[in-house]
Ligand binder design. Structure first.
Ligand SMILES: [Ca+2]
Length: 204
């Protein structure tokens, strides 16, 4: 009996990793361009850590937040950090990706929608994504990241489908490889909290 229970538990644990699409937003903060180190960080719900894939000193200027959300409903999330220097940091709004099972070599995009981004300790411009830079085809103050090859057919886009807009007429859709970035000015030792509304449509 104990054996059966362990097996069921292991299967359930495996299902969490691979079988179900994770309902998660991801927001990263990068202070590397102006050498702004980051400390005292947290997210509303989920996990946050320093980067591990750059040089050690660069990792200490880059935090990556995996934030739990609910499917098919708007969830307000937040990420808090304290900059160790005055300068600019880049906020990177992403989503996740997943693999159907451990052997799956391909990643599948898990896009999420963001709207109504606000902050304390810093100023967000055009956090509702309503104003467009018509020349670039991007929301004013926001920058698309990645390249067509990395988007796997799911590019970062400005969304106008009202089903996925929190307020106004537009939101953005992003995932791990299809990022929207926004630069904010930060002040040494002044904590910053960035809040955003996120929606994951589990039919996408
Ligand atoms: Ca909006």
């Amino acid at each position: 009996m104990k054996h059966l229970f362990s097996l069921a538990f292991m299967l359930a644990a495996a299902a969490l990793c691979f079988g179900q699409m994770p309902a998660r937003a991801r927001i990263d903060v990068d202070g590397n361009s102006k050498l702004v180190g980051l400390t005292n960080f947290s997210v509303s719900k989920g996990s946050i850590r320093f980067a591990t894939w750059m040089k050690p000193e660069q990792n200490l200027r880059f935090i990556t937040g995996d934030i739990d959300i609910e499917k098919n409903k708007w969830t307000q999330v937040s990420i808090t950090f304290t900059p160790l220097a005055t300068g600019d940091v880049s906020l990177q709004f992403k989503g996740n990706y997943w693999k159907k099972n451990a052997e799956d070599k391909n990643i599948s995009p898990v896009p999420v929608y963001y709207d109504d981004v606000t902050a304390t300790g810093a100023v967000i411009v055009n956090g509702g994504f309503e104003e467009m830079d018509e020349e670039k085809g991007e929301p004013k103050g926001w920058y698309k990241g990645g390249s067509e090859a990395s988007w796997f057919g799911v590019p970062p886009v400005v969304n106008t489908d009202a089903a996925f807009v929190k307020s106004g007429k537009q939101s953005i859709r992003a995932w791990h490889n299809a990022v929207f970035s926004h630069y904010i000015k930060v002040t040494a030792n002044t904590p910053v909290t960035v809040s955003a509304w996120v929606y994951m449509n589990d039919k996408e």
